[in-house]
Design a protein around this ligand. Sequence first.
Ligand SMILES: Cc1cc2nc3c(=O)[nH]c(=O)nc-3n(C[C@H](O)[C@H](O)[C@H](O)COP(=O)(O)OP(=O)(O)OC[C@H]3O[C@@H](n4cnc5c(N)ncnc54)[C@H](O)[C@@H]3O)c2cc1C
Length: 439
Amino acid sequence: MPRRVLIVGYVVLLVAPLALAGMQGLPLRSLWDELATGAGLVALAILLVEFLLSGRFRLISRRIGMDVTMRWHRVLARVALVLALIHPFLYQGARNPPYPWDTTRQLTLNWEPEAILPGAVAWMLLPVLVGLALSRSDLGKKYQNWRLGHGLMALTIAGFAIWHALLAGRYSADPVLTGFWLASGAVAGACMLRVYLLAPLARLRRPWRVTRVGPIAERTWELVLAPDGHDGLKFQAGQFAWLQVGQGPFSVNDNPFSIASAPSEGPEIRFVIKELGDFTRSLGRIPIGAPAYLDGPFGHLTPVERDAPGMALIAGGVGIAPMLSILDELRAQGDPRPVTLIYGNRSAAQIVDSDRLAAMERRGHLRLVHVVSEPAEDWTGEVGVIDRPLLRRLFDDEARRSWLFVLCGPPGMLTSVQQDLTALGVPRPRILCESFVYD
Ligand SMILES: Cc1cc2nc3c(=O)[nH]c(=O)nc-3n(C[C@H](O)[C@H](O)[C@H](O)COP(=O)(O)OP(=O)(O)OC[C@H]3O[C@@H](n4cnc5c(N)ncnc54)[C@H](O)[C@@H]3O)c2cc1C
């Protein structure tokens, strides 16, 4: 499904409650009352559609990218919060039970406690939910526990908000809009079930075993898995999967990692992992033969099948992982297109697969440009960071116009390289980018 269709579908879902309310043909109330209701309807729609954005759907992540999806998830959460917070204050109608003669509730707002209380609970919990998400990194909570708690709290808020809309809402009392809210609430619940029940059940049927684990560069590990009784994972070079090692498939402890091996290399899957926190620092303790589970593939960093006369792969640190998969796949397919790899690191000790990359360069498969910011005295490559003068020097006008630029690395580097590339005339649709951090 094209990206544009997904975006249009998303917008349609957000405005659907407004359209369904408008189609009821009820007499209009004051502008403020209609604005108040509109704010409430859109806030609830955003809240419910947020579950789709964070529900690990391949269809969405393949077209839009998980990092972009999560960025929108956060932006829209703020919009929903503002709309929800102002919603009760915009009303100007009389706050009474409906007058018997006012059958369309044009003049009064349903102010009965059973209608208002669920809304008040949702109204008070929503800022807490957003606040906890914004301060997640300061709270020191384990990411996966926070994610489960965040999802359950969001589901609880959605439940209270739907309850409130059905009892207090003038338009939501209509059977069509009631049906829309109940169906959307069910889909939101199903998204959580998918991540925490259905995906683990699917993983249970396709277990993996650790066949190799060891250090390959400074604070960087290689982890190789082989399928245990099945034919492996079908993926495209550059994609990633959520990985669980040494625990049951129902454990909430999974982490996303790019697949560093190529699809055509066979069923074994290799990951290149940099030490960062709890899981990534425990790789040295994983025994050979340990069970592992994968949820994937996800991601849109998939340039191999795309039409472009050449490719620039730009990696920062462990952002090299998907590039290794892409390079190996291009070589396995005998792809004749010119490829330049710009690989930035702090020091030469952090370079992964340095001999293999050098061998690819010698065979003429690759133009390899190492960039190191803290070089040793004998360093012969580029010094500094991947910046505009370097990019200008490496790519002529024709390459800038027509090549595909594939970026992966720390968020700061991604932002600055994207800005440099667009300033140098690279069209935005020719830049593919995946961030390893969702914050
Ligand atoms: C699409 C994608 C691909 C990635 N590919 C690689 C790779 O090939 N090699 C590599 O070294 N790193 C990769 N990462 C980063 C890697 O996922 C984190 O470094 C790792 O999860 C840290 O886990 P931890 O338990 O060691 O640290 P923690 O301290 O638990 O986590 C540190 C941070 O990692 C992120 N993180 C942890 N768990 C998850 C999760 N389940 N979902 C999303 N984010 C999470 C959070 O931002 C968290 O704050 C990738 C990340 C993403 C999003």
